[in-house]
Design a protein around this ligand. Structure first.
Ligand SMILES: Cc1ncc(COP(=O)(O)O)c(C=O)c1O
Length: 476
């Protein structure tokens, strides 16, 4: 479908793929496999499966005040009834006044998405807040096939990008001042959603395999012994953490899930890089482990299809999902129907989607390898430490001799014509010093990489010298 141009780019870069440790499977089943062997889990034998009443203790007081909008309920009802009724009820515009009659989108691989007449009118009309019913049906099947989640009363909600899902989770599960768990460095969008709630942000260190369960457990048991308020959510990015690029292996995922059951919190699994895992190992999602109803999963096509489409969905136990749906009702009525209609077409063609996802992953893997190959010099000549990202779009660097990168990013680097992202962007306290930089390899042209790395080495060395001089001056 969208494959050919990407494939041409990959051919140019294919030699760079050899820098990756493993080849990448393009088998449809492998690309769409985020589940493991369910038989071996056994969480529900040891822990309570949450019921409707249990979720009440997680719902924030703000969210618990939400009530269904009667007009939205009528819209859902009219879609559910499905047959022609005489309606004097709904506030929908008449489709005859829509000025559009035909929409055609050509894909790069020669395919076409055509929406016309009634179908186009439908794609331009109000829909239930949960989402376009046909899309919801496809998404339920998609989640079932990809994650094979343990049987439980759960459902999907179409969101306006994953950021919207993050915001909904925060609104739904956080009260002002609450303790909240996340990794030491995490996606800025989570912090932005949290800030108005003045939370106590409890950060857990990562190593090369992501969040360290033992550190999480130590923090939790310490809080219990001190009688401190316990966190009700853990937000994490299990595959290709933004910014650290880690992937949490299955064993750790199970340990973390078990801690959620023991210490009674909900896991928000934000996984927009799920399709950009550069190893062929199948790493089951938290959703696939969720026997007890403790996972809210966020999916998005932003990184692999289009960011502007805002195509994303939230999967959660139904009791939580209904709260998020009420949030959507109040906030935006529903995500854009036209986008949902395009997403429906994309997800309906699994084979083509798999081919596209494979191509996208190969392109990013090649870029990742190419930047990695050039980066040797950053480690050698500028004493920076980094790990080869296991998934996602970023290298995460820790510098030596630069106690805070802020000045370097906004003065030294800009003067030399290089834009960088400072580590501050991924810590809750953005005013605290950071020795880290995040480098994105998704859009930089392969032919610019050597030059970018030259500039980077120059910028870091300049800053190291500046810091050294300042140190000598203050010591002197
Ligand atoms: C971890 C993570 N979550 C969510 C988002 C936002 O995704 P979306 O475009 O679906 O809102 C990003 C974007 O960078 C991200 O890195």
């Amino acid at each position: 479908m969208i494959v050919s141009k990407i494939q041409r780019e990959i051919l140019k870069e294919v030699s760079l793929l050899s820098t990756l440790r493993r080849g990448l499977s393009n088998n449809v089943e492998d690309i769409f496999n985020f589940h493991g062997d369910r038989e071996t889990l056994g969480f529900k034998d040891r822990y309570r499966v949450l019921d409707e009443k249990d979720y009440e203790r997680f719902i924030s007081s703000r969210s618990s005040k939400r009530e269904p909008a009667m007009t939205r309920s009528l819209t859902s009802l009219s879609y559910k009834i499905g047959k022609q009724m005489i309606s004097l009820a709904e506030g929908m515009p008449n489709e005859d006044i829509f000025p559009f009659s035909h929409l055609e989108i050509k894909t790069k691989s020669g395919g076409k998405i055509i929406l016309k007449d009634k179908e186009l009118a439908k794609a331009l009309q109000y829909v239930p807040s949960q989402g376009l019913p046909e899309l919801l049906a496809i998404l339920r099947k998609f989640q079932e096939d990809l994650h094979r989640p343990p049987p439980l009363d759960r459902d999907v909600l179409v969101t306006n990008g994953s950021q919207h899902g993050i915001y909904q989770c925060v609104d739904m599960l956080v009260n002002p001042g609450d303790p909240v768990l996340t990794t030491e460095y995490t996606f800025t969008g989570f912090h932005s959603a949290l800030r108005p709630y003045d939370p106590e942000v409890l950060t857990i260190a990562e190593d090369e395999d992501g969040l360290v369960p033992e550190t999480l457990e130590a923090l939790l048991s310490d809080r219990v012994s001190k009688g401190l308020k316990m966190p009700r959510i853990l937000y994490l990015i299990p595959t290709g953490n933004n910014p650290t690029g880690t992937v949490i292996p299955l064993q750790r995922r199970k340990q973390i899930y078990e801690l959620a059951c023991r210490y009674d919190f909900i896991i928000i699994e934000d996984d927009p890089y799920a399709f950009l895992n550069y190893s062929d190992e199948v790493t089951p999602s938290f959703l696939s482990l969720d026997e007890c109803g403790r996972v809210v999963r966020l999916d998005s096509v932003s990184k692999v299809v289009s960011a502007g489409l805002r195509g994303a969905w939230l999967t959660a136990p139904t009791a939580l999902l209904r709260r998020a749906e009420l949030h959507s009702q109040a906030e935006l009525l529903h995500s854009c129907t036209l986008s949902q209609s395009l997403l429906l077409r994309l997800l309906s063609q699994r084979g083509e989607l798999a081919a596209h996802l494979h191509s996208a992953r190969s392109l990013y893997a090649a870029r990742c390898g190419a930047l990695g190959a050039a980066m040797g010099r950053v480690a050698r000549d500028a004493q920076a430490h980094y790990m080869q990202p296991r998934a996602g779009l970023f290298y995460w660097l820790r510098l030596s001799g630069v106690p805070d990168v802020y000045n370097m990013v906004f003065n030294t680097a800009l003067e030399k014509g290089l834009m960088l992202c400072p580590g501050q962007a991924f810590q809750y306290d953005t005013s605290a010093p950071s020795q880290h930089l995040r480098l994105t390899f998704s859009r930089i042209r392969p032919e610019d990489m050597e030059h970018a790395v030259d500039l980077l080495v120059d910028v870091i060395q300049t800053e190291q010298k500046l810091n050294q001089r300042e140190r000598v001056a203050t010591e002197g």
